[in-house]
Design a protein around this ligand. Sequence first.
Ligand SMILES: Nc1ncnc2c1ncn2[C@@H]1O[C@H](COP(=O)(O)OP(=O)(O)OP(=O)(O)O)[C@@H](O)[C@H]1O
Length: 249
Amino acid sequence: MSSVISAKNMSIEFPIYENSHRSFKKTLINLSTGGRIGKDAGKYPFVRALDNLNFEFNEGERVGLVGHNGSGKTTLLRVLAGVYAPVKGSLLSRGRIASLLDVSTGLDPDATGFENIYLRGIMDGLKPSIIKSKVDEIAEFTELGEYLNLPVRIYSSGMMLRLAFAISTSVDADIIIMDEWLSVGDEAFKNKAKKRLESLINKASLLVVATHDPKLINNVCTRKIHMEHGSILSDVAVEKIESVEAEND
Ligand SMILES: Nc1ncnc2c1ncn2[C@@H]1O[C@H](COP(=O)(O)OP(=O)(O)OP(=O)(O)O)[C@@H](O)[C@H]1O
């Protein structure tokens, strides 16, 4: 199996400028949840959200990240998606990444639905001819009809999510990064959305999803990584249990 993502001694720390007047111990403080809080040599307090991670994600894997609140799942997804760069160590990835974290981010409220589809395509570096070829399919999938000619700011939150979901899942990706299973719209749309997401995932060589749902791990994932205080507590293959019902059925 060839590795698609590889991390070596990777750490992420967030400086906490607001509380710099507070007294923090020099060593990292032990807490029951969240990343470790400590103080660097320059006296700034920080949260170590990811602590010296080493892993390889391989082709074909569906990796589920689990762990209590603040254990570092979202931070890890954001590093994989390129939102944060490691402060220590390295991260290498191979292939086109589709990040389905905060899908609505980046929609321009003053632009129409159609304009937003074009804008996202341009931001993704697609050629105008490619964007054009995708527009009809995305528009049809949203079922928003004439609303696509109106500014997005007048959409209901559900309509906005339909558009954002349709745009974000119209990509061809090798790696899919997701925070919980994306579920949008009313019942009828949810079923359509589930099929579209599954088809995107089936085509991808790697899925990394963070979740609090054991059913999702059982039904979708091949590997489970348990995180605690920004470290990997365990990393195991998922043994399927037949009786677990699909959460999104
Ligand atoms: N922008 C930030 N600034 C400072 N600290 C941060 C920031 N983002 C995350 N953290 C800290 O990093 C740690 C890990 O947070 P993260 O959001 O990755 O956890 P999580 O496992 O996704 O939690 P949840 O299950 O609640 O979503 C927490 O201690 C959090 O306080």
